[in-house]
Design a binder for this molecule. Structure first.
Ligand code: NAP
Length: 538
């Protein structure tokens, strides 16, 4: 070809991008519908998030028994979870097991990144180009690219000068690292930073944590499962597989029935203590809904957690630095932790508050702060992701009018229910903005619902003898408005975090739909039941 890209005569029904939870399931569902599927994955194996995030301490914050696929009783029976909150290697093994059981690998080109996707309105088909300079022709494009998969490295001067080992948690070497004789620095104290810090603190010769914003966190209760416990849980799977789709956040638990103001101080304290002991995210999304709407309730939850932190950190000044002051409890992601706060009781761990003592630059041998240079052998960035839109924006996706999706989203982050985007026919997305999947959800629940919806939608289009489906502008506008109205009522919206994106005109948009997984599912399913009302099918 003149442009150097090989046309390998690959004409398929669907291209799936990604081999994480969503991509594997989409590949499975579409193949089971008799479609010819070509799937791509940038990594050399399956797992998505659980392939890339192999940093020390990486572990899931959802209970294993709801962090799984429900589509196959055979897989549910055969797979045995070892504990309540499994670590990265176990989740990665699980996804490999599913890929093998369902014979999914043969559909994938691994170590292959999709670089371009262009829609042709004359044919109603997409051309997909990869970094192997190959071109594919597909009717449907299903992007399961993940909402937290494009790592973000801050623009700190001197980053290229560092002569030690520099790592981002989401690009961790498979062979791991040995820190026993290393002076290690960690920048970032979100869910990832917390796991890395608590894991490396006992191992490193010295650990310096550079903290910009402290994080409220809940102690994880993580019992191992024996055969009796596994049998007990398996007996509940039929019930759980319904339950997760009916709760607000796709977990097995839901918000309390009682509202905050109907309880006495003693009842509130009792409720908080009881749910705290559960050691799970139910302390965040299983207490009172008011925590997301009412600054006073969020403040009281924050004071409760601050008290717990103070009781665990020996030095009161350090404890104070670890307690968030600029945001309320619940307005940012609450991670689970294990001895995270105790890490700061070690002589070998220092906490640098970089708001008081800012990082000026990275040097050849460490980090230069306003108060002096911190010498380091290893510098770890636990600085998160270009959330929600990052992975899609790194692909040149051109829709019906020739506009790049990236340019549209830079102006205005919008989708129709996180499933499609007006102007981009036959492109389907999972974990995209404006659905619960992008943040407020036990992710596998949402991904399974979205993939089920997408595959049923594609089935419908094909059965009707049609070629193309696209949400109308009116439906998308209606969804965006509804989404914004719900988000604007919350205090999450007024807090800075990866949950909120900025539109080109300076307005802010919540990534995640905040109407609840249960309501979202019902809305999507109602639209499907009305033969995709609001979508143009031709
Ligand atoms: P994150 O929540 O975005 O945290 C990034 C951290 O890096 C924050 O502390 C941030 O500080 C800091 N940071 C960013 N840029 C910086 C800079 N220029 N200088 C100094 N500090 C900087 O990212 P994450 O921890 O990777 O977590 C992302 C999400 O992944 C989580 O919220 C969660 O949903 C998911 N996750 C889940 C699990 C689990 O299930 N167990 C584990 C890990 C991650 P600021 O807060 O001040 O911006």
């Amino acid at each position: 070809m003149a442009d150097g890209i090989r046309d390998n005569n690959t004409r398929v029904d669907a291209v799936v991008i990604g081999a994480g939870f969503g991509g594997l399931y989409a590949t499975y569902r579409l193949r089971e519908q008799g479609m010819k599927v070509q799937a791509f994955e940038a990594g050399d194996g399956v797992g998505g998030t659980w392939y890339w995030n192999r940093y020390p301490g990486a572990r899931v914050d959802s209970q294993s028994y709801v962090y799984q696929y429900w589509f196959s009783d055979d897989i549910l029976n055969k797979w045995n979870w070892s504990e309540r909150f499994p670590s990265q290697p176990e989740v990665e093994r699980y996804l490999n097991f599913v890929a093998d059981e369902c014979d999914l690998r043969k559909h994938y080109a691994f170590e292959t990144r999709v670089t371009e996707a262009t829609y042709h309105k004359e044919t109603g088909r997409w051309t997909v180009v990869t970094d192997k300079d190959e071109r594919y022709d597909t009717q449907f494009l299903v992007a399961c690219t993940g909402g937290l998969s494009a790592p973000s490295l801050p623009d700190i001067p001197g980053i290229d000068d560092f002569q030690g080992e520099l790592l981002h948690t989401a690009r961790w070497p498979k062979e791991g690292i040995d820190v026993s004789d290393k002076r290690v620095g960690v920048i970032g104290t979100g869910a990832t930073g917390i796991q890395v810090i608590q894991s490396l603190a006992p191992l490193a010769k010295h650990l310096t944590v550079f903290q910009r914003t402290p994080t409220f966190a809940i102690p994880m209760r993580n019992p191992e499962f024996d055969d009796a416990k596994r049998a007990e849980l398996k007996a509940k799977y039929p019930e759980l597989k319904q339950r997760v789709f009916d709760t607000f956040t796709g977990f097995a638990f839901d918000f309390q029935d009682k509202d905050w103001y109907s309880m006495s101080d003693e009842e509130r304290r009792e409720m908080m203590e009881e749910i705290w002991r559960d050691g799970s995210l139910s302390f965040w999304v299983g207490t009172c809904k008011e925590v997301f709407f009412d600054p006073e309730v969020s403040k009281q939850f924050g004071e409760f957690v601050a008290e717990k932190i103070r009781a665990r950190v020996n030095d009161p000044e350090t404890a104070d630095k670890l307690i968030p002051k600029d945001h309320g409890f619940g307005t940012r992601r609450i991670p689970l932790e294990t001895k995270y706060f105790e890490a700061y009781n070690r002589d070998t761990v220092d906490l640098v508050d970089i708001r008081a003592n800012p990082i000026q630059k990275i040097t050849a041998h460490g980090v230069q702060t306003a108060e002096g240079e911190v010498p380091l052998d290893t510098l770890i960035f636990a600085t998160g992701f270009d959330a929600g839109t990052g992975a899609m924006n790194r692909i040149d996706i051109r829709g019906r009018t020739g506009e790049l999706l990236r340019d549209l989203w830079e102006r205005n982050v919008r989708t129709t229910m996180g499933l499609q985007v007006h102007g981009f026919p036959n492109l389907f997305t999972t974990m995209a903005p404006l659905a619960p999947a992008s943040a407020f959800c036990n992710v596998p629940t949402c991904l399974q619902h979205q993939v089920d919806w997408i595959s049923e939608c594609i089935r419908y289009v094909r059965e009707q003898g049609k070629q193309v489906i696209e949400p109308t502008e009116a439906l998308e506008q209606q969804w965006v408005q509804h989404h914004d109205e719900l988000a604007d009522h919350t205090i999450v919206m007024s807090t800075a975090s990866w949950y909120v994106k900025r539109n080109g005109d300076g307005t802010r948009r919540m990534l995640s739909y905040l109407g609840g997984v249960n309501t979202y599912r019902q809305t999507c399913d109602d639209i499907a039941a009305k033969n995709y009302e609001g979508f143009a099918i031709s």
